[in-house]
Design a protein around this ligand. Structure first.
Ligand code: PXG
Length: 289
């Protein structure tokens, strides 16, 4: 059976699921999206993802022609049609088809589509061993150019950093912001642990406000692990006791080397392991609750 893709209210075979070459999502990266997980048949943190989608759309003056409840129902419908109980969901809203000019006023109808599929961002053994990362020379977008808080269809900034990672033979790159402080990775937020305190850049350090990041902050509170949102410099990374990344695709992945510097003993640290466990439990509870 072929995979079905939801496009504007219709379930279409993957091979026939197509968007116009005149769509401004393709021509200009004009649109927004969400990457979401379904665990045990339930959309994980649905409310937070939908809120961010509508916030991103508002910021770029894009009116989504559905309500959050309608989109949630569409995500459920698509996963069900494909018999997925555990999958990755890509929910995309583009400016729609228009003319070969930038103006969105010529694009009367946004295009909305939902892909459900499997995803494995990093090899399994990295979750046990930890991974090596580099800091990229490409900085994160300046918040007054294109705010990293918008999950837009334009990922060139991050893609260029990802290529640097690939050139260096590592799976991911840390991006600094316009002030030279730590922002985030190309598709994950970053945390360090130092002296028993979990630390992550603030929302004003040029990051996407990750849904997984927010769950980890909640879990730290629940477990009474001291936790701070604060500006971090590259040096803070090098001298960290532990480091890990969070994201919808990656979940929680330990980092054990940064720019050739081994982090602590070169294996995932105790607080990282505790949070990975707590995150797994949280997924289970959310699906049951
Ligand atoms: N920063 C950036 C720039 C991201 O794109 C995150 C942080 C983590 O946010 P969440 O809300 O997922 O915890 C992201 C998320 C992909 C893919 O296809 C990318 C993301 C999520 C899922 C899949 O590479 N980015």
């Amino acid at each position: 059976m072929s995979l079905k893709v939801w496009i504007d209210g219709r379930l279409i075979d993957k091979a026939d699921a197509k968007i116009s070459v005149y769509d401004h999502g393709l021509l200009y990266g004009d649109g927004v999206f969400e990457g979401i997980r379904i665990y045990h048949g339930k959309v994980f943190e649905a409310e937070a993802h939908l809120r961010r989608l509508f916030d991103s759309a508002k910021a770029i003056r894009l009116t989504i022609p559905y309500t959050a409840a309608q989109l949630k129902a569409a995500v459920d419908e698509t996963a069900k049609a494909n018999h997925f109980t555990d999958c990755y969901v890509r929910l995309v809203v583009t400016r729609g088809s228009g003319y070969l000019g930038l103006s969105p006023t010529k694009c009367p109808t946004p295009a909305v589509f939902i892909i459900t599929d499997t995803i494995e961002l990093y090899p399994k053994e990295l979750y046990e061993k930890g991974m090596a990362v580099i800091t990229a020379s490409i900085i994160r977008n300046h918040p007054n150019a294109l705010s990293p808080r918008i999950k837009s269809l334009n990922y060139l900034n991050n893609i260029l950093a990802k290529i640097e990672a690939s050139d260096a033979g590592v799976p991911e790159a840390i991006m600094l912001n316009h002030d030279g402080n730590v922002a985030e990775c190309t598709a994950d937020n970053l945390f360090i642990v130092r002296g028993g305190v979990v630390q992550t850049p603030t929302t004003h350090d040029g990051i996407l406000e990750g849904v997984t990041r927010e769950v980890i902050l909640t879990l730290c509170k629940r477990l009474s692990i001291p936790c701070q949102e604060r500006t971090l410099q590259r040096h803070d990374l090098y001298i960290a006791d532990e480091c890990f990344l969070t994201g919808t695709g990656a979940e929680v992945v330990p980092v054990t080397k940064i720019d050739g510097r081994q982090i602590a003993q070169g294996e995932p640290g105790p607080i990282t392991r505790r949070l990975i466990e707590a995150f797994r439990r949280y997924i289970k509870e959310s699906a049951e609750g």
